[in-house]
Design a binder for this molecule. Structure first.
Ligand SMILES: C[S@@+](CC[C@H](N)C(=O)[O-])C[C@H]1O[C@@H](n2cnc3c(N)ncnc32)[C@H](O)[C@@H]1O
Length: 209
């Protein structure tokens, strides 16, 4: 797929801003679905859910959608037959939109720079559209796996432009040695933002300790 050097200003606002972006996401919540899906051809949710459903067969699995935004992923998983979906996000306004989908059993405000504290633990987790240029980053991936049962799977996307520009590949080298509770199992290339020709990656992680 051809990559593009341009990134839409609605995205660069939130992706490339190194500060706390919670207010920006709050402001974006009401137009997010239209902007991202219809204008920018966002398909990261479709692609990540495809990978997720191929790995997590149990439709009763207790699932965390971390960084759930307006609930695009929860809606898709619900349509695929999953019944125990929980969401988290640090933007209260995004959580309001997610609540309106009716796809989630629970929703909570949580910052992914901190570990997911779950009781009971989740069977699986999915995080889409959250990891890109700045924070959260590689060192925060284990915050998601922290909330998983042993053997649990997390499916996490990374924006492909960020993948190249901040060299995620190098930064992931040694991940399994550095973070012994989790294992990076696989990295797959996916379509991500089709209008700008930006691809993405799906990381599959497993909780092993
Ligand atoms: C581009 S949206 C993706 C939302 C949804 N997963 C999707 O695929 O449509 C990114 C989301 O991540 C959330 N987010 C960004 N940084 C976060 C952090 N450190 N902790 C929790 N949520 C965060 C934002 O509030 C926003 O809802």
């Amino acid at each position: 797929m051809a990559d593009s050097d341009k990134i839409d200003s609605r995205l660069s606002n939130v992706y490339q801003n190194p500060g706390d972006k919670r207010d920006l996401f709050d402001q974006w919540a009401s137009t997010y679905d239209h902007d991202l899906v219809e204008d920018l051809g966002y398909v990261a949710d479709v692609e990540a859910c495809r990978v997720f459903t191929s790995l997590v067969e149990d439709r009763q699995a207790r699932i965390l959608d971390a960084g759930c935004g307006t609930g695009l992923v929860g809606r898709r998983l619900s349509q695929a037959g999953y019944t125990d979906i929980h969401g988290s996000d640090y933007s209260a306004k995004m959580l309001d939109q997610a609540r309106a989908t009716g796809a989630y059993q629970s929703l909570e405000q949580h910052d992914l720079t901190l570990p997911v504290e779950a009781e009971p633990l989740y069977d699986a987790a999915i995080t889409v559209g959250v990891f890109a240029f700045s924070v959260p980053s590689v060192e925060h991936l284990v915050n998601i796996t922290h909330g998983l049962k042993l053997g649990g799977t997390a499916v996490v996307t990374v924006n492909g432009k960020a993948w190249r520009e901040v060299d995620w590949e190098s930064r992931l080298q040694g991940f399994n040695q550095l973070y012994p509770t989790a294992r990076l199992v696989e990295v797959q290339t996916i379509d991500y933002l089709t209008a700008d020709g930006i691809d993405g990656r799906v990381l599959t992680l497993e909780r092993i300790q």
